[in-house]
Design a binder for this molecule. Structure first.
Ligand code: NAP
Length: 486
């Protein structure tokens, strides 16, 4: 498939690595990128050599020293230019995203706008990195607190939101005065390259934002162990997050880890069931169930279970599987064959352990590609893998409870702590439950919680640190205390 034929701006189709403002392709080994809708090859992308990694770091160090000298306003203007170019090129960026990742074009466009919103927001926040003074204990002293850029940073990003997860790391880093070396997922490198190309066009200086592709373990080790990289921001699985945490110990880097989730979504009898149904559909089937904040476990009060299932089955029947480029398609493929096998094995395990399948439960027999039928499954207990593992696919798993205490206990029965949701009209109950949920994010009567202006992040095995909002930029700053004796 020739991807560039689908693009108005052919410059956005880049298959190299980006070092010091130059796209490098020649004499590099390559890896294949495929379209999950039809398994066809769409690109061969260059892998970084050992020397490329060193060059990326060296140029990042030099570029950062110059960038931090720029005024906040100068940095802000460049970020704003970048935002505008993304808006101008949103159709092409969405097309690249759909072709390499699979999500429907409308969802891809939403992701592009969502990613751009971080760049816009941090272009504004760049101007609001304010220090403060403290009344000193000694009358002959003055105490000043400054916020300074942490230095050279690195980002490792996943395939499920290949544009937005990168944007929400690079934007605050650049706004703070840092440089960034990014390693995108090998499954979706083209969205990252397109975004970086627009950054160059917007005036981001050469070397400030480098992109390296290739063997993840080798690049990961390099990024962890280099002492001149002062911050690593990772979004991906908990397993890889733990590995990175361990490997960053010797260089004592600051870390942000946005890891996996196992979100409960609790529905109480007082809930508006139509609204809850919308919330479940949004939180479960967006990106075909492949988001870290997907509702993984629907916990419903037994008195409203039948009504809820009827409403959900009606909504699921309206989903249309297919290639994301086709109009009216609501649900794309899974990312690869391993994901398909994983989803099927979760369904099989649940059925073996007494769950009843209401719809779906199998790989699509009508479509070529990596399509799994949207599934609704009713689970009699929590002794199944579905309850404990992050699903990352289109399985809606329903469990029942009788009391508030039981709902809270079930909701917190996981080592993860990213997103959670509850639906109720009882304000006392809402307050009691939201305070007891052991999660970094709680959505009340809504299934959509992500935005550029809020602190997004998990607790427990879902990670460390926050992305977005005022907290997001602090991850890229050091707080310097100055004691001035007069
Ligand atoms: P993954 O397998 O952990 O991969 C994520 C990134 O890490 C990819 O770029 C991957 O590169 C790289 N990687 C893999 N092994 C590495 C290593 N040893 N050292 C350095 N980098 C390494 O996760 P994924 O399957 O792409 O993403 C899905 C996971 O991300 C889910 O668990 C989901 O919940 C989580 N997620 C979390 C958030 C959040 O904000 N909390 C948001 C989105 C996704 P290669 O592709 O080249 O192997």
């Amino acid at each position: 498939m020739n991807l560039s034929q689908h693009l108005k701006n052919k410059q956005l189709f880049k298959t190299g690595i980006l070092i010091n403002g130059k796209w490098i392709k020649q004499d590099r080994t390559t890896f294949e990128v495929t379209n999950p809708s039809n398994k066809q090859q769409i690109a061969q992308v260059s892998q970084a050599t050992d020397q490329d990694l060193i060059d990326a770091l060296d140029t990042s160090i030099v570029a950062q020293l110059e960038w931090r000298q720029k005024s906040a306003k100068q940095r802000s203007i460049i970020l704003r230019n970048w935002y505008q170019l993304i808006i101008d090129n949103q159709d092409d960026l969405a097309t690249i995203l759909t072709i390499e990742q699979g999500k429907p074009l409308s969802e891809a466009r939403n992701e592009i706008l969502y990613g751009a919103s971080y760049i816009e927001w941090y272009s504004e926040e760049a101007k609001r990195i304010n220090g403060y003074t403290i009344a000193a204990n000694n009358p002959n002293q003055r105490v000043q607190i400054n916020f300074e850029p942490i230095g050279v940073c690195a980002a490792i990003t996943p395939w499920n939101f290949p544009n937005a997860m990168l944007a929400r790391k690079v934007a605050p880093a650049l706004a703070a005065g840092c440089s960034m070396i990014a390693k995108p997922s090998s499954l979706t490198p083209l969205s990252a390259n397109a975004l970086a190309n627009l950054a160059l066009e917007a005036g981001v200086p050469a070397g400030l934002f480098n992109i390296i592709h290739g063997h993840s373990g080798k690049i990961g080790e390099f990024l962890c162990t280099q002492t001149s990289i002062r911050k690593l921001s990772f979004t991906g699985s908990t397993e890889v997050g733990i590995w990175l945490y361990q490997n960053c110990a010797n260089s004592m880097k600051k870390l942000s880890l946005e890891l996996g989730g196992n979100a409960p979504l609790i529905i109480f009898p007082s809930a508006d069931l139509d609204n809850a149904t919308i919330g479940i559909m949004q939180s479960k089937f967006r990106n075909n169930g492949q988001t870290c904040v997907c509702s993984n476990r629907i916990l419903v009060h037994s008195s409203i279970k039948h009504e809820l299932i009827t409403k959900l089955l009606n909504q699921i029947s309206m989903l249309k599987l297919g290639s994301g480029l086709e109009p009216n398609v609501t649900t794309g493929p899974l990312i690869n064959n391993n994901a398909l096998i994983h989803i099927q094995s979760l369904v099989n395990d649940a059925i073996k352990n007494g769950a009843s399948l209401h719809t779906g439960g199998r790989i699509s027999s009508e479509l070529q590609g990596l399509f799994f039928e949207p599934t609704l499954i009713e689970c009699p207990n929590n002794n199944i893998r579905l309850f404990h593992e992050e699903i990352f696919g289109p399985i809606l798993a329903i469990y029942t409870f009788e009391t508030e205490e039981e709902a809270i206990k079930l909701a917190n029965q996981t080592p993860y702590g990213l997103a959670s949701y509850l639906f109720s009209q009882d304000i006392g109950q809402i307050n009691r439950i939201m305070e007891q949920l052991q999660y970094g994010i709680v959505g009340v009567n809504t299934g959509l919680v992500s935005a550029e202006n809020v602190p997004f992040g998990g607790i427990k095995m879902s990670g460390l640190g926050k992305e977005g909002g005022k907290s997001g930029i602090k991850e890229y700053l050091i707080e310097k205390y100055i004691c001035l004796s007069l």
